[in-house]
Ligand binder design. Structure first.
Ligand SMILES: C[S@@+](CC[C@H](N)C(=O)[O-])C[C@H]1O[C@@H](n2cnc3c(N)ncnc32)[C@H](O)[C@@H]1O
Length: 251
């Protein structure tokens, strides 16, 4: 998947993140309690890890600072304080979200052309279910500038960053599976193949007739798409309309 920091050759992003974390740590040591300095420095790595391409690189970016701090012995911390980086990681990548998908952003132009295939009346509500840092919201806004764009995100730090990035959208923290989809004319997903059967069942149960379910990359199982957008690089945006095309497969 294309990542925002793909233009930086590896391991430069990791080195920059570690350097940034150390700078923050050294600067804060003079003015803040040790634990707070460690926490804020760790959060530099954790936030930077969101831009890394895969889990292996994310771990390096996020864990480089706490590991180097432990190895150099630069700070005398109580043993329990080493749980802080772990707690931070769990806040940004909560276990609940791992079942569906970690944060991977929708490319900005990925939904250009969607409005022609899935037309919407102005002012309707559109949801990005699992909105991450807001890249899907930005792509949806390009496609439907007149719609009310909303996002729901499980991780509260991501929700916070997303709301800062997309002040024109309504972004809330919550579970997309517990969100009522019936209030939306279009629900957009960029999750994992394993989530798609559940998404199809939820769409059939909740979306109103004529509403759309749109999924980047992963199709609904056993459900013919109403239309699809092909992106450069071979990725596909799968487009389904309720009642006309999203149906229970025959057994
Ligand atoms: C692949 S990212 C997509 C982000 C965004 N939709 C985009 O396209 O740029 C998936 C996001 O879904 C979130 N997520 C996973 N499970 C969730 C759930 N049950 N409820 C809300 N958000 C969830 C993850 O935290 C992650 O930010």
């Amino acid at each position: 998947m294309a990542r925002s920091a793909a233009w930086l050759p590896w391991p430069l992003p990791a080195l920059l993140a570690w350097g940034g974390a150390w700078l923050v740590f050294v600067a804060l040591l003079r003015v803040a309690p040790l634990l707070l300095a460690v926490l804020l420095a760790c959060s530099v790595g954790v936030v930077a890890s969101l831009l890394a391409r895969n889990w292996w690189r994310r771990s390096w970016v996020a864990l480089g600072f706490p590991l180097s701090l432990a190895l150099t012995g630069a700070a005398a911390l109580p043993a329990w304080a080493w749980l802080a980086p772990l707690a931070l990681l769990l806040l940004v990548y909560p276990l609940n979200a791992w079942r569906d998908a970690p944060v991977f952003p929708t490319p900005r132009q990925a939904l250009d052309g969607l409005a022609g295939l899935a037309p919407l009346a102005p002012q309707v509500r559109v949801l990005d279910a699992g909105c991450g840092l807001g890249d899907g919201l930005l792509a949806l806004r390009r496609a439907y500038p007149q719609a009310h764009i909303e996002g729901v995100e499980w991780s509260w730090p991501l929700r916070l960053l997303c709301a800062l990035r997309c002040p024109w959208a309504r972004v809330r923290r919550g579970d997309m599976w517990r969100t009522d989809w019936s209030r939306y004319q279009l629900v957009y997903l960029f999750q994992r193949p394993e989530s798609m059967a559940r998404a199809g069942a939820k769409a059939r149960a909740e979306l109103t007739p004529g509403a759309w379910l749109v999924s980047l990359e992963f199709p609904l199982p056993d459900t013919p798409a109403q239309a699809r957008l092909r992106l450069p690089g071979g990725r596909v945006v799968w487009i389904y309309q309720t009642q006309t095309q999203v149906h229970t497969p025959q057994t």
